[in-house]
Design a protein around this ligand. Structure first.
Ligand code: BTN
Length: 229
């Protein structure tokens, strides 16, 4: 895969879109982003010292119901990268990677469909390595804070690209998910409630139990542990 290294850009997800016309898979990396984007229209802190990159992947015969596998593969690639540097990660469904009880990485996926097939995906990953997170109020953590060894942005970026180039499985994804069986907080739009996280279905939906009934969630936000409403 072609890898493009930039000093600064607005967002590597947006930069990756510039390569759509070439029809070729590419990974766009930046040392910092001036308008890093998170999920749900949020911004993503992108100061120098983090890994910010986006994988643009074209598909020829993948149906839209496999979209979860794109998300799963991204999260597993980050987890393997963290482990390579001696840090034990967990996945907060669907694809936040956490370590030491805090957010280590965010993933923003933009899929394009053609009918019921995936045409391409842009998988944007922001992984905290040596960046200053002090403005985030203690919710995030960097690899360098947790790793027993010195970590450089370049080494983490190269490892992440190498891991993303391999295959992953649902079993591997599930091995990083540690909250099943626990009570969680769920936010679905303006509705908040507590439920027991039961399992992750093969299509990626999270099954929760509430008042003795099971529901499959496709796009809720969850809170694990302290802070459950
Ligand atoms: C989130 O946790 O809300 C997702 C954050 C995703 C951030 C990455 S950094 C690289 C890519 N470019 C962006 O603008 N966003 C993603």
């Amino acid at each position: 895969m072609k890898v493009i290294l930039l000093g600064e850009c607005t967002s590597t997800n947006d930069e990756a879109k510039e390569y759509l016309r070439n029809g070729e898979d590419v990974c766009v990396c930046a040392e910092r982003q001036t308008a890093g984007r998170g999920t749900k229209g949020r911004s993503f802190s992108s100061l120098a010292g983090g890994v910010y990159l986006s994988f643009l992947t074209f598909y020829s015969d993948v149906t839209a119901d496999k979209a979860f596998q794109v998300m799963m593969h991204a999260a597993v690639s980050v987890c393997r990268t963290a482990e390579h540097f001696g840090v034990r990660p967990t996945i907060k469904w669907p694809n936040d990677v956490r370590a030491g009880g805090k957010k280590l990485c965010g993933i923003l996926i933009e899929n394009a469909l053609s009918g019921d097939h995936l045409q391409y995906s842009i998988v944007g990953i922001g992984l905290n390595v040596n960046n200053d997170l002090s403005s985030l109020g203690g919710i995030a953590v960097s690899l360098s804070e947790l790793s027993p060894m010195p970590v450089s942005v370049g080494a983490v970026r190269d490892e992440l690209i190498a891991q993303y180039s391999k295959q992953s499985t649902m079993e591997e994804y599930l091995s990083y998910v540690s909250f099943l069986g626990e009570e969680i907080g769920v936010t679905e739009g303006s509705v908040q409630y507590r439920a027991i996280a039961r399992r992750i279905l093969p299509d990626g939906r999270l099954e929760v139990e509430r008042d003795g009934k099971c529901y499959a969630l496709s796009s809720a936000e969850i809170v694990i542990g302290e802070g459950v409403k």
